[in-house]
Design a protein around this ligand. Structure first.
Ligand code: CP3
Length: 349
């Protein structure tokens, strides 16, 4: 189903496949399914927390569809999380409301693939979403699968949750590069296999989130962000040579250039700090770009939001471009702000 380059009526896929500007700029938003939507909060109140919803294929499908029904984005992203990989490998995981993720003590020697079937509901949900998109008249909407990059997932596994400075992780990478490599290698293999299975189940493109790539100096960036991502890209391409892979090395700064040159990703997700003029000159000739409105600008709304969106569109529309935010939607974002932004992109994109 996904092994050929489709002459697609889906604008999102066309930009990625043709690497040319689209007559109509496709858009979607990171974290477009989630707490800013009243229908998400309503469903969440009836369930036993985030993991319970993400691992229930019916709920995951329903939540994935919620923003599409409101806004008709050009891409849906499957409702899940990057931390399901440590969970499947055997590290305990809990999402504590208001506190973020909590992972149990890491014991690398105890991790393994025995529990990988825990991820089966994700594949089932992907199939359900493809069916729902067609059945509900969203045949222009593509479906994105995703995973965290090994470096970013490793920070959560080692720190036990979110972190500001990634001290433990960086210390391990400097002091025990061999031990750290063993963890990264396992994550490379697990992540590639997870993405391949998502594609088999119906994902038409995949995104690799390296949310904390910006914590690494250039040399460590190459070793722990670029090289592992390249290995994942090569493994996925061996099975699915034509499925676009979007890389999002958040905070990478000028290292975005070496990232796109050396990982082989098909497209780049830009964070809000990337200057769009530089992206148009230096990155877009190498790969389609996606981004990069500051999510706080969407939270603020009004003229500032429209002006910022206009500047991004004007600067990047001459090349292959997908409109998005530079990071996930903030949970307090008014739905009306999202409506206004969508109207702007539809009218001006
Ligand atoms: O974009 C989407 O709509 C798809 C769903 C999605 C989620 N997480 C759902 C989620 C995606 C793509 C992610 C990726 C993810 N998860 C990343 C990479 C992107 C980024 O934001 O940098 C990271 C670092 C995580 C880890 C994670 N998951 C954290 C730190 C948290 C807690 C903080 C928070 O925002 O609540 C989560 C929980 C999480 N993942 C929620 C959602 C909707 C909130 C769960 C809830 O309380 O309802």
């Amino acid at each position: 189903m996904n092994d050929k380059t489709p002459a697609s009526d889906k604008a999102f896929l066309n930009v990625l496949h043709t690497r040319k500007p689209s007559s109509k700029i496709p858009f979607w938003f990171m974290r477009q399914a989630g707490r800013y939507l009243p229908e998400y909060r309503e469903l969440r109140a009836r369930k036993n927390g985030f993991l319970d919803m993400a691992m229930d294929s019916k709920s995951a499908c329903e939540i994935t569809m919620q923003p599409i029904r409101r806004f008709g984005m050009d891409a849906a992203i499957i409702f899940s999380d990057i931390l399901v990989i440590p969970y499947a490998l055997g590290q305990s995981l809990d999402f504590v409301q208001g506190e973020g993720p909590k992972l149990g003590e890491l014991s690398i020697s105890k991790l393994g693939y025995g529990g990988f079937s825990k991820l089966d509901p994700v594949y089932e949900a992907l199939g359900n979403v493809r069916t729902a998109l067609n059945a509900e008249g969203f045949s222009h909407t593509a479906l994105i699968g995703f995973a965290g990059a090994p470096w970013t997932v490793a920070t959560y596994m080692i720190e036990g949750g979110s972190s500001r400075d990634f001290l433990k992780t960086k210390m391990m990478a400097y002091r025990d590069p061999e031990g750290f490599s063993a963890l990264i290698d396992m994550l490379v293999e697990a992540t590639a296999s997870y993405l391949i299975k998502q594609i088999r189940a119906g994902a038409e493109a995949v995104q690799i989130f390296d949310s904390w790539a910006g914590a690494l100096d250039s040399e460590q960036f190459n070793r722990w962000a670029v090289q592992p991502t390249k290995r994942i890209v090569d493994l996925v391409r061996a099975d699915y040579p034509h499925v676009p892979i979007i890389g999002f090395p958040k905070g990478a700064g000028q290292n975005y250039l070496s990232y796109v040159q050396n990982t082989g990703v098909s497209a780049l997700g830009l964070d809000s700090q990337v200057p769009v003029k530089w992206a148009a000159q230096s990155l877009q000739p190498l790969a389609p770009v996606q981004g990069n409105l500051d999510p706080v600008c969407l939270l603020a709304g009004g003229d500032a939001m429209i002006l910022a969106a206009e500047r991004i569109v004007e600067t990047l529309k001459g090349g292959p471009f997908i409109f998005n935010l530079g990071h996930g939607i903030h949970k307090d974002t008014p739905v009306e702000h999202v409506e206004a932004l969508v109207r702007f992109i539809r009218d001006n994109g």
